[in-house]
Design a protein around this ligand. Structure first.
Ligand code: FES
Length: 108
């Protein structure tokens, strides 16, 4: 991925417990923020690439998100689709922590 141009504050570090996720909107885009076990934060598009469903309505198991509609799965670290019916990977965005803020790097 090329260097993101826009860092947008989307949440506070304390907003998402470890092992949890949250839907956020930034620059009109639906994003899913994940706080993985071990402390790492990740961000992906929140809309499944298969049809219309919000991934944050699904289930996070380790670093795998399962879509609530047809049980497609993605690795939230890479966006890679892991099983049928997913044939398009998910967009991922870099996350950084600044003080108590979580920032996501979005394309310009
Ligand atoms: S909408 Fe997500 S797997 Fe079908």
């Amino acid at each position: 991925m090329s260097e993101a141009a826009n860092w947008v504050r989307v949440a506070a570090v304390g907003d998402i417990a470890e092992g949890e996720m949250r839907a956020v909107k930034a620059n009109g885009r639906d994003l899913a923020l994940y706080h993985l076990e071990g402390g790492e934060f990740r961000c992906t598009d929140n809309i499944c690439t298969h049809a219309y469903a919000l991934l944050t309505d699904g289930w996070l198991e380790g670093h795998v998100i399962e879509c609530p509609l047809h049980a497609g799965q993605f690795d939230v670290r890479t966006g890679k689709g892991l099983c049928a019916p997913i044939d398009i990977d998910l967009a991922v965005f870099p996350v950084k922590v600044e003080g108590d803020a979580l920032l996501v790097g979005l394309p310009a």
